[in-house]
Design a protein around this ligand. Structure first.
Ligand code: F6P
Length: 529
């Protein structure tokens, strides 16, 4: 595979000058916000509150050039086998019509027609009341995020045609909750698994099939890249919908993996979602690097991770209907780029940040204390939606005010001098001021990006997700790693198989004393039950 010799020296030299002061950067350049904000596809991306000076930005763009982003991007869209450890192409953009040769486009189109027809027929039949979507990881997180996003697209007060529930975990509570109170006759169960070997999905699928009883033949559907696996599981071949090995699980929500969403919200809304992503694909393919949204987002991550050494990033959507975005991104970013080996097998540089988050303002009342005053700097991605879709404009104003205030507060901070002045003005005595001032001081100069959505609908959601997908790809190119495999999830699965066997009476698998004691505890509890 190609190697990209990326020269980090220029940026390493710049970081030695110290962390830039955001206050000074804004003061010195009245045009900074305009210069460092970028708009496309209903999204406005403001990176001006990142600790990036003009020199740093130029050097970062130089790094992107050195890494041959444009050539690598061309390879992605051309369907080259850039997933080198699995020798696979990575063609999720083909699912929204953005690339692929004639045979790929034909497959995608044919499947699109089939899912549309099927969804329409089910919706028109009036026979069904609920859909239970069973899957985990990439076969779950994307569709769950879409369920909320599509509800927002529908608008306040409108009801979807069918109720949508999800079961993911192998904890029995997951499938029990999903099935509770539903009638097997009027429930469709959609099993989604790329491999059709995933333990959680198979166990939940089996439980659902038993629950469906006589209706299992008609009401059980599978979406998979392993049609044989689904057939052997007992799903009627006429009810199996295919996707392909060139679609990674965490990139698969653009395929039949989202059949449940088409059933519940209709194929037109799904098409809108695909169109939003296609619009971002076109931008990513053609915009110059210095105005290219995914590239700009990637470069801020590189600066924060590799030069300022910030190992984590918080993602805070100020939108209830985007509250699953941070979990979705955790898989997208950490499963893609949480790697230690470079493409040539040598040790990689520092790679993916730890991504975490929750909806604003809830997060403010939970972990923002640490973001403002903790000893580690944690950059934040703030997401905000301008348009009220809940018929509560006052709530929207309050939500936006909180979002904008948080990024301003992180940047500005509050110096000890300011704190002392304020306390004195309130009449506090000098000794109490001395005691309290350090606790009320905010260091400030903490970086963030703000992404504003004009409105939250299927189209904009498509653009937003594609933006992050491409950002993940660009960072992987600069880190010289393969973003499209996930070997790191295998070892735990293997060991779980051995331990499950032991829990069910099998022979001792030979463990350390800690694991052996835990297994013994579980066996005793099972024997006592
Ligand atoms: O264990 C991780 C993983 O392989 C993810 O990459 C994938 O999205 C998830 O499991 C589910 O896999 P499948 O769709 O094959 O059931």
């Amino acid at each position: 595979m190609v190697k990209r010799h990326v020269n980090w020296d220029k940026l390493s030299a710049l970081v030695k000058n110290g962390v830039p002061s955001l206050g000074a950067l804004f003061k010195d350049d009245p045009n900074r916000a305009a210069r460092m904000s970028f708009a496309h596809g209903g999204l406005y991306v403001d990176v001006s509150k990142q600790l990036i000076s003009k020199d740093v930005l130029q050097a970062l763009l130089g790094l992107a050039k050195d890494a041959e982003i444009e050539a690598q991007r061309a390879d992605l869209f051309a369907g080259k086998p850039i997933n080198t450890t699995e020798n696979r192409a990575v063609l999720h953009p083909a699912l929204r019509g953005s690339c692929g040769d004639a045979s790929i486009s034909e497959q995608v189109e044919a499947m699109g027609i089939r899912t549309r027809k099927f969804a329409q027929a089910i919706r028109e039949s009036g026979q069904y009341k609920a859909v239970v979507h069973i899957g985990i990881g990439g076969s779950d997180l994307g569709p769950r995020l879409l369920a909320d996003g599509f509800a927002a697209s529908l608008g306040f007060g409108a009801q979807p045609a069918l109720e949508l529930r999800f079961a993911n975990n192998v904890d029995g509570a997951s499938i029990n909750d999903a099935l509770a109170g539903l009638d097997p006759k009027s429930t469709l169960v959609v099993m989604v698994s790329k491999t059709f070997t995933t333990q959680e999905t198979r166990m939940n699928g089996k439980a659902a099939r038993d629950w469906l009883g006589q209706f299992a033949q008609d009401n059980m559907i599978a979406v998979t890249a392993n049609q044989g696996g689904a057939r052997n599981f007992g799903v009627d071949p006429a009810q199996i919908f295919e996707f392909w090995d060139w679609v990674g699980g965490r990139f698969s929500l653009w395929s039949a993996v989202s059949l449940s969403l088409q059933l519940v919200y209709g194929p037109d809304m799904f098409d809108d979602f695909l169109a939003g992503a296609a619009d971002m694909d076109a931008h990513f393919k053609s915009a110059p690097l210095e105005n290219n949204l995914p590239v700009i987002l990637a470069l801020t991550d590189i600066w924060n991770r590799n030069f300022l050494s910030y190992p984590a990033r918080a993602v805070i959507p100020y939108a209830r209907r985007l509250r699953k975005f941070s979990s979705f991104l955790q898989q997208l970013e950490m499963e893609s780029n949480g790697k230690s080996a470079a493409l040539d097998g040598k040790p990689a540089t520092q790679t993916s940040q730890v991504v975490f988050g929750d909806e604003g303002t809830n997060a403010q009342h939970a972990f923002f204390q640490q973001l403002h005053q903790g000893t580690d700097v944690v950059p934040v991605d703030f997401l905000a939606v301008l348009t009220d879709r809940e018929n509560r404009p006052a709530h929207t104003s309050a939500l936006l005010a909180n979002c904008f205030a948080q990024s301003e507060a992180l940047m500005r901070g509050k110096s000890e001098t300011e704190v002392r002045k304020g306390l004195k003005a309130k009449g506090m005595n000098a000794a109490d001021i001395d005691a309290l001032a350090p606790h009320k001081t905010f260091p400030g100069n903490r970086p963030s990006t703000t992404i504003v959505l004009e409105r939250l609908d299927a189209h904009t959601l498509g653009a937003l997700i594609a933006l992050y997908e491409h950002k993940v790809f660009v960072t992987s190119v600069i880190w010289n790693i393969n973003a499209f495999d996930q070997w790191g999830v295998e070892l735990g699965k293997e060991l779980a198989g051995t331990i499950l066997d032991e829990l069910q009476g099998g022979t001792d698998g030979g463990h350390d004393s800690s694991t052996a004691a835990l297994i013994a505890l579980a066996r005793k509890a099972q024997a006592d039950a």
